[in-house]
Design a protein around this ligand. Structure first.
Ligand SMILES: [Zn+2]
Length: 119
């Protein structure tokens, strides 16, 4: 995988609930689809999500009450998962390594805050 090290058995696609067009939740605007697995940028990590919460912010996005910068999007930012790959400039350590189980702070633009179980 381009831009990664330790890319091990990463599938080319993944399942996700995709929002293409905001609408009231009662109209089922999310579609469960097979989508391309993202490739991490040089300073990113790729996380294999084990569980994802849905918070009120996600519902605001789904219903169009909060603007999004791109479309379609995959809502959900409160996750627990396993680091699947590291970008080429990410320096692995005990807590940030392929296989570490993490629960990032639910702010997408910030770095990982802690690891639950080191690799
Ligand atoms: Zn939230």
């Amino acid at each position: 995988m381009d831009g990664t090290i330790n890319a091990q058995d990463i599938r080319k696609t993944m399942k996700a609930c995709v929002l293409s067009s905001p609408a009231p939740v009662g109209t089922n605007p999310l579609r469960f689809e097979e989508v391309s697995t993202p490739t991490p940028g040089e300073n990113d990590i790729l996380v294999r999500v084990h569980a994802c919460g849905v918070c009120r912010t996600d519902l605001h996005v789904v219903e169009g009450e909060l603007p999004v910068k791109k479309s379609p999007i995959i809502p959900g930012h409160q996750i627990v998962g396993e680091i699947a790959a590291l970008g080429s400039r990410v320096r692995p350590d005990r807590r940030c390594a392929v296989g570490a189980v993490i629960a990032p702070r639910p702010r997408l633009a910030e770095p990982i805050q802690y690891a639950v179980r080191p690799a």
